[in-house]
Design a protein. Structure first.
Length: 245
C-alpha cells in the first residue's frame, strides 16, 4: 500500500486549489492521501471529483472550527471513522487529527498536523504530544499508520519536543523517516527540516519512504511556495504486512 502525506499550506483561509495539485498527487498513484493545512473552499467539490477520477473515491474530513485548517483523507478503499478522536483541551487539535479505518484491509490511518504553537501557547505543544502518545496507544496492536506534519524533527531539543519523538519509539511505534532530503525549509532559506514523518505499529512493515518535491516541476507557479501553495515536500510511504494479504 502506498500512502502520501502533504501539507498544502492553506494556512487557515479558504484558498483556490491549483489544477496542478491533483496532477502531482495522481502522478504518485497513492492508495491513501492525507492532506494537512487543508481548508474547504469554493472548489472543494471539484477537487473531490478530481481525486475520485484518479481512483481516490472515498474521503473523510475534519470539521472546521473557529477558522482552523483541516485534515482531508482520501483513499481507494471505502473507509469508516476510526476509534480515536482529537482531544478537546485545545481547540486546534480536533481539526488537525483524523483517524479513519480502511474497510478492506482494516488498516487504521491517522492524518495529523501538530499545531504550530507559538509564544504563550508553546507549552501546549508538549501537552499535545503527551495526549497523542496516550491516545494512539490502543492502536499499537493493530495495523496502523500515523503520518503527517509533526512540526518536530528528530534531534530537536526538549524545548521543541524532540524527546517526544523518542517517546513514541519507546511506546512501541516504528518511525518511518526519509534518510535523504528535507520536508520543509523557511522562506528565507536555512537548513531544511524533516518534520513530515510517519509512525507505524509493529505489524506494519515499511518498504520505502521518501520526500518528493517533484510538484515543483509542474510550473513556475507550483514552485513559488506562496501562501496557499504547498511549502512542504510530499511524504511518500509504501508499507505491507500480513494484514494486507
Amino acid at each position: 500500500m502506498k500512502l502520501l502525506a502533504w501539507n498544502v499550506n492553506h494556512r487557515a483561509a479558504r484558498r483556490p486549489i491549483p489544477p496542478w495539485l491533483i496532477r502531482a498527487i495522481a502522478a504518485e498513484s497513492p492508495d491513501v492521501v492525507s492532506l494537512t493545512e487543508y481548508v474547504v473552499g469554493p472548489d472543494h467539490d471539484r477537487f473531490l471529483g478530481e481525486l475520485a477520477n484518479s481512483g481516490l473515491l472515498h474521503s473523510a474530513l475534519t470539521a472546521r472550527l473557529n477558522g482552523s485548517n483541516q485534515v482531508l483523507v482520501a483513499s481507494r478503499e471505502p473507509l469508516t471513522p476510526g476509534a480515536v478522536q482529537g482531544a478537546t483541551f485545545n481547540e486546534n487539535i480536533p481539526p488537525n487529527f483524523l483517524n479513519v479505518q480502511m474497510m478492506g484491509t482494516g488498516l487504521d490511518v491517522i492524518g495529523f498536523r501538530m499545531p504550530a504553537y507559538v509564544r504563550e501557547e508553546r507549552p501546549v505543544k508538549r501537552l499535545t504530544w503527551e495526549w497523542l502518545i496516550d491516545a494512539v496507544r490502543p492502536l499499537r496492536e493493530h495495523p496502523t499508520v500515523l503520518l503527517g506534519d509533526f512540526n518536530t524533527a528528530f534531534g530537536d531539543p526538549p524545548s521543541r519536543c524532540g524527546d517526544c519523538l523518542d517517546a513514541m519509539i519507546a511506546n512501541g511505534w516504528v518511525p518511518a523517516v526519509p534518510t535523504d532530503g528535507f520536508s520543509w525549509r523557511g522562506y528565507n532559506g536555512g537548513t531544511g527540516r524533516r518534520i513530515d514523518l510517519a509512525f507505524l505499529s509493529p505489524i506494519v512493515k515499511e518498504l520505502a519512504v521518501s520526500y518528493s518535491w517533484s510538484f515543483r516541476d509542474l510550473g513556475e507557479e507550483a514552485s513559488a511556495m506562496r501562501v496557499g501553495r504547498p511549502d512542504h515536500a510530499m511524504l511518500l510511504l509504501e508499507v505491507t504486512g500480513s494484514w494486507a494479504g
